[in-house]
Design a protein around this ligand. Structure first.
Ligand SMILES: Nc1ncnc2c1ncn2[C@@H]1O[C@H](COP(=O)(O)OP(=O)(O)OP(=O)(O)O)[C@@H](O)[C@H]1O
Ligand SMILES: [Mg+2]
Length: 426
């Protein structure tokens, strides 16, 4: 890799790269790990973002959130990284990469068991054993589902993220079961799996960029884990990341990530529709779409664009409805929807979610509120560049937040559940 023209001597301190390889943009952040103190005097780690870079991808580089041309993607990531390095004035190696797309599957598996000796305290070995059993079960389920969806019986999948959603002992909710006695234990764990072929592509990209890959994270999981009070068991929300190629949904219920769903409609679908309906090329259609969002189109163009988008927005909304209908094992869906990703800036998106009765067929207790996620809402990630200003920046920031867990995992005082809720190793 060619190095930028600044003094690249390694500086003191710990740095982190977050690389979000999106269908439309490769986005890179470089941050420095720092210690902050909260109002009660408690110390915690944050990532201070010092450099930001973004590079548009070609139409052939990615499809539906997955890499289709490794060399092309490496070039774009390199450009994005270089820009981030130039502003940060530092070269960082430890990187977190995001993975998204329809074949990334995330869901919760619950296991209940009766302990033969209720008066014996639960220890680490017992917990590890039960978690392994849950993951084996989840792995088989996901494999079956993917084989069915893709028609390929040999599709290899791998675990990318895991987190404890809920633990109950004899009906009581606990945050860490180790040390407790009791008879009936129920543990719920969220697992995200991805096909090996996509993970392998990301590993190659990281290696070609000379990065030290510390983690690959499922993007909707990263976003959902990054917003809301850190230890809150109260926080519930539906996250929707509308990118260029896909829309990713994550449901957080009572502080735990319940599951993720993705479908292959994003900003690019809308641009393509404008292009075919109005007979303009992709770039012109993209420009018209952005002007439409900004309210800058002439009246007749505005009408043509709005008409062209109508059906596709309805289809997108059906995708959301269908995705949410998959969350069969939660009683009620959270009444709060948080939007991010560049595609969420299309006014029709918020309008469709707010002004139609789509939610009525789903288990909401009332009409959900619709808001955009802002960069300041991402926990423990602090922008020092002033460049992270829109909901499009949330995903790379969420990856940086997860990266902090990996880097900070050696720090003292981490309990077993914190360790578990951190992303698992590659
Ligand atoms: N103001 C806007 N109005 C409408 N669409 C917009 C606006 N700004 C960005 N977009 C769209 O957002 C999309 C890019 O968003 P984003 O950067 O989140 O995608 P990505 O992460 O590259 O893709 P994915 O997550 O699907 O892999 C593009 O389709 C772009 O046209
Ligand atoms: Mg994205």
């Amino acid at each position: 890799m060619k190095l930028p023209g600044f003094n690249k001597k390694k500086k003191n301190g710990q740095y982190l790269v977050s690389l979000d390889i999106g269908t439309e943009y490769a986005k890179a952040l470089i941050g420095q790990v720092a210690n902050h103190t909260d109002a009660s005097g408690k110390q915690y780690q944050v990532v201070e973002i010092l450099g930001v870079g973004r590079q548009r991808q070609r139409l052939t580089d990615m499809a539906g959130g997955s890499v289709t041309d490794i060399a092309g993607v490496v070039e774009n990531c390199d450009a994005a990284l270089r820009r981030a390095e130039e502003t940060a004035q530092v070269v960082a190696k430890d990187a977190v990469l995001g993975i998204a797309g329809e074949l990334v599957k995330g869901g919760t598996t619950s296991v209940s068991y009766r302990r033969a000796k209720p008066d014996v305290k639960i220890d680490q070995a017992e917990l590890t054993d039960i978690i392994e059993r849950i993951q084996k079960q989840a792995f088989e389920d996901v494999k079956k589902q993917l084989n069915w969806e893709t028609g390929k019986s040999e599709l290899e999948v791998k675990l990318v993220n895991a987190a404890v959603v809920d633990v109950h002992i004899d009906g009581y909710r606990v945050t860490n079961p180790v040390g407790f006695q009791g008879k009936d234990v129920t543990i719920q764990i969220f697992n995200a799996f991805a096909p090996m072929v996509h993970l392998g592509a990301l590993q190659t990209v990281a290696a070609d960029l000379d990065l030290n890959l510390i983690n690959i994270a499922a993007e909707p999981f990263a976003v959902a884990k990054s917003v809301g009070a850190d230890d809150s068991t109260e926080f519930s929300a539906i996250f929707i990341d509308i990118g260029g190629g896909t829309s990713d949904i994550a449901v957080v219920n009572n502080g735990g990530v319940e599951g993720t769903q993705m479908f292959a409609i994003g900003g690019r679908s809308f641009t393509k529709r404008i292009s075919s309906s109005l007979g303009v090329n992709f770039d012109q259609a993209e420009e018209m779409k952005l002007d439409h969002s900004a309210g800058h189109l002439k009246a007749d163009d505005e009408k043509a664009v709005a008409d062209a988008l109508k059906t596709d927005v309805e289809t997108w909304l059906s995708g959301v409805e269908l995705g949410l209908s998959e969350f069969e094992n939660i009683e009620h869906l959270p009444n709060r929807i948080l939007l991010c990703g560049g595609g969420s800036a299309l006014p029709e998106i918020k309008h469709a979610l707010s002004n139609t009765t789509w939610y009525k067929s789903l288990p909401f207790t009332r009409k959900p509120t619709i808001d955009f996620l802002q960069p300041s809402q991402v926990n423990r990630v602090i922008d020092k560049t002033g460049k992270l200003t829109s909901p499009q920046d949330i995903t790379p920031m969420g990856l940086a937040n997860l990266g902090l867990d990996i880097i900070g995992s050696q720090s003292i005082g981490e309990n077993v559940l914190q360790r578990l809720s951190r992303t698992l190793s590659l």
